[in-house]
Design a protein around this ligand. Structure first.
Ligand code: 3PG
Ligand code: MG
Length: 399
């Protein structure tokens, strides 16, 4: 039996006739006035539709970019209104300020079946300060607070944290989905658990590695950070990206993993090149044979064979970071080969696979495997902080 969640959901609230202030994350990428990735907009639709279906009035609170308390035309949520309305398939009104007369009139004029989008909360400097007065001005607009912005839950801001204490509060559908996927991956997972962590630097992922060695049975380390671990073990990495000053830290993590019974998996063979460029001349060599004038840009096939074996023996996998320089041909080979195995195991119902983070999701999309994962988080920073074992203020405030 699963323990009761400490937060309420939309099912626990009386929504009919109520103004539901709903914090969403529609911080989407745009190019030339067009939304280039609709994922975050699509993922909030179930919440908005459920509120509408129950006779509630959704009033959306959101940030867009980092305007730092200034009104910036290029960061107006008005730019997103059309895309949101098109995706939702019902009217979306827009208020040019998230507090004050514009917001109040927008709410008062809202008809049944309509949704109101309020202007960027970060046009007010008080938002990112988690200011109590600003939160009270937001709260005054509605009857219920619903947080559906897991991907902004690592921020203790007025619209994610302070407001949750001022109104009856609940989690939206996407928030519920994110939390249950992550709970299934690291909270109470089926074992063995494999964690894949990649990225350029160990220094940005220290807390993550520290938490994962206590939770995962196998920890695959890829990308530039693997070089730091190899160098810490006395392996020469040539001209590769490497944080030599973190050798002690890397050895500490290796020792902690050994004590916890977590297998750290580093490359066994490597793809090296003399140039950091697409289609640079390259070769696969043993891990301890990186030439002095070369750099490691991907794992090799022997590594991939071993990763496949480990992943095939696992029940749960959580991924944050690619193995190599997947943006550059042909150094995506190792990452894509691993993604093939993850996808096949997931499709066969042998593996629960969860991934998050901008680079990770980009690699999965580039490999065409987005539909083969059990769950792909909409979050970057929040996913990472959750994997680090940190409390997310936006989630904690719902309890
Ligand atoms: C994101 O895009 O990661 C979230 O919307 C949070 O944005 P922030 O990093 O500017 O707080
Ligand atoms: Mg971010």
């Amino acid at each position: 039996m699963t323990a009761a969640k400490p937060w309420k959901t939309l099912d626990d609230m009386e929504l009919a006739g109520k103004v539901v202030l709903t914090r969403v994350d529609i911080n989407v990428p745009m190019d030339a006035g067009r939304v280039t990735d609709m994922t975050r907009i699509e993922r909030i639709l179930p919440t908005v539709r459920d509120i509408l279906a129950a006779g509630g009035k959704p009033v959306l609170l959101a940030h867009f970019g980092r305007p730092k308390g200034e009104v910036r035309a290029d960061m107006s949520l008005g730019l997103i209104r059309d895309a949101l309305e098109g995706a939702l398939g019902s009217p979306v009104k827009f208020a040019a300020n998230c507090i004050g007369a514009d917001a109040k009139h927008g709410v008062a004029d809202l008809a049944d079946g309509e949704t109101l989008l309020l202007e960027n909360t970060r046009f007010h400097a008080e938002e990112t300060k988690n200011d109590a007065m600003f939160a009270a001005s937001l709260a005054a607009l509605g009857d219920i607070y619903c947080n559906d912005a897991f991907s902004a839950a690592h921020r203790a801001h007025a619209s994610t944290e302070a407001i949750a204490r001022l109104l009856p509060a609940c989690a939206g559908r996407l928030m519920q989905a994110e939390l249950s996927a992550l709970e299934g991956a690291l909270g109470a997972p089926e074992r063995p658990v494999v964690a894949v962590v990649g990225g350029a630097k160990v220094s940005t992922k220290l807390d993550l590695l520290g938490n994962l060695v206590g939770k995962a049975d196998h920890l695959i380390i890829g990308g530039g950070m693997a070089n730091t671990f190899l160098a810490a073990q006395g392996v020469s990495v040539g001209k590769s990206l490497c944080e030599h000053d973190l050798a002690d830290t890397a050895r500490d993590i290796l020792a902690k993993a050994e004590a916890a019974g977590c297998e750290i998996i580093l490359p066994r063979d490597i793809t090296v090149a003399r140039e950091f460029a697409a289609n640079a001349a390259h070769e696969i060599v043993a891990v301890d044979a990186c030439p002095d004038d070369a750099m490691i840009l991907d794992v090799g096939s022997e590594t991939n064979a071993y990763l496949a074996e480990v992943i095939k023996g696992a029940k749960t996998l959580i991924m944050n970071g690619p193995l190599g320089v997947f943006e550059m041909e042909p150094f995506q080979t190792g990452t894509f080969a691993m993604l093939d195995v993850i996808a096949a195991q997931t499709d066969a119902d042998a593996l629960v696979s969860v991934a998050g983070g901008g680079d990770t999701v980009a690699a999965i999309n580039a490999a065409g495997k987005a539909d083969n994962f059990s769950y792909i988080s909409t979050a970057g920073g929040a996913f990472l902080e959750w994997m680090e074992g940190k409390t997310l203020p936006g989630v904690a405030a719902l309890a």
